[in-house]
Design a protein around this ligand. Structure first.
Ligand code: FPP
Ligand code: MG
Length: 343
């Protein structure tokens, strides 16, 4: 069934068993913030302290990005995954900082790779300080993250290093795809799994492990994390075509000639669009609005939302196999908020 983008976004926002009217999504997220208030403020403090460390100007670039906020979805997912099994241990707070440091490092690098000019509604660090400073700011944050993990959760180092390798692999395969015309859906899914879902998976499974969860429960939370990561990136890729409040450069994927799922699906239906994509890649930016318009008109955006909804539903199915708890209910809210967010 094909829906309009608006209808599909609406159904993504309402995929909870609760009715949105009785139990508004924003209310449940606020509830997560209340439940985790002490943990989240400790994480925020540690994060900002960490980002300020190191020589200027790269620590300025790191601080700039971290101080612009963001929803801190990854730390929240890690803390709630721990809270499913009892009081949140101190190590979980440190690892919540670690995952946000890694995420921030990847954004500083990603904006260089993608030539992004805006991030979280402000000029990106590379615009303010230049590419070299921005890359080194990312390197600083990455080393802070590794030191944090080594100090507070050394047993998680192998999984963390494997996750970092996936992030890099995903970004490389995506970069390679910019020079190719036949990016298949399969390649797109592997990019998503590596560059985005892997860090969510690490966050939720680390949260469970640090709280002493059983292997089965850790596995369920790992799958949950991967599914919300997939949905998160699907919506992110969709917003490049359909959103206008992302706080990031609009149509950046298209301008870069990046083949994300809306374009992959539109091209499957209308292969002649590849000609326009080639022109954009050859430097003809005047084709960007036209191609965007054709992608939206093709109905591809609504199909992307349906896929994101599928991942969100799968995520909640994994959750339902965990013991009921307030933290489990709030993890469900985190999954559901993905339709209504910007980074
Ligand atoms: C944002 O994607 C980027 C990522 C999710 C991963 C970036 C990964 C790297 C740069 C490699 C690994 C780096 C380190 C430091 C380990 P996007 O461009 O689709 O999202 P956007 O629209 O927010 O820019
Ligand atoms: Mg980018």
């Amino acid at each position: 069934m094909t829906q309009t983008t608006d209808a599909a976004l609406g159904s993504l926002a309402k995929c909870s068993a609760y009715s949105a009217a009785e139990f508004p999504l924003e209310g449940r997220l606020a509830e997560a913030q209340v439940l985790l208030r002490d943990d989240l403020s400790a994480v925020e403090r540690l994060l900002r302290e960490s980002a300020a460390q190191g020589p200027v100007p790269s620590s300025d670039a790191a601080r700039h990005l971290v101080s612009l906020g963001g929803k801190r979805v990854r730390p929240m997912a890690l803390l709630l995954s721990s809270a499913c099994f009892g009081p949140v241990p101190a190590a979980s707070r440190h690892m919540a900082v670690c995952v946000e440091l890694i995420h921030s490092a990847t954004l500083l690098h990603d904006d260089v790779i993608d030539e992004g000019t805006e991030r979280r509604g402000q000029a990106s660090a590379r615009v303010v300080w230049g590419n070299a400073v921005s890359v080194l700011g990312g390197d600083l944050l990455l080393t802070h993250a590794l030191v944090t993990a080594q100090q507070h959760a050394p047993a998680l180092m192998p999984a963390l290093l494997q996750t970092l390798r996936q992030l890099v692999d995903g970004e490389i395969v995506q970069l390679r795809g910019r020079a190719e015309l036949d990016v298949s859906e399969a390649v797109y899914w592997s990019i998503l799994r590596d560059k985005t879902a892997a860090l969510f998976r690490f966050a939720t499974s680390a949260g469970a492990e640090l709280a002493g969860a059983s292997a089965r429960h850790r596995g369920l939370l790992a799958e949950f994390g991967e599914c919300i990561g997939m949905a998160f990136q699907l919506v992110d890729d969709l917003l490049d075509y359909a959103g206008d409040q992302t706080g990031k450069t609009m149509f950046a994927d298209l301008r870069q000639g990046k083949l994300t799922l809306p374009l992959v699906l539109a091209v499957e239906q209308e292969p002649e669009l590849l000609g326009w994509l080639q022109q954009i890649r050859a430097g003809d930016q005047s084709r960007v609005p036209q191609l965007r318009q054709r992608v939206v008109a093709s109905g591809a955006c609504a199909r992307v939302v349906e896929k994101a909804l599928g991942y969100t539903t799968r995520a909640t199915e994994y959750l339902e196999q965990l013991p009921a708890s307030p933290a489990r209910a709030l993890l469900r809210s985190v999954a559901e908020q993905l339709a209504d967010r910007s980074r």
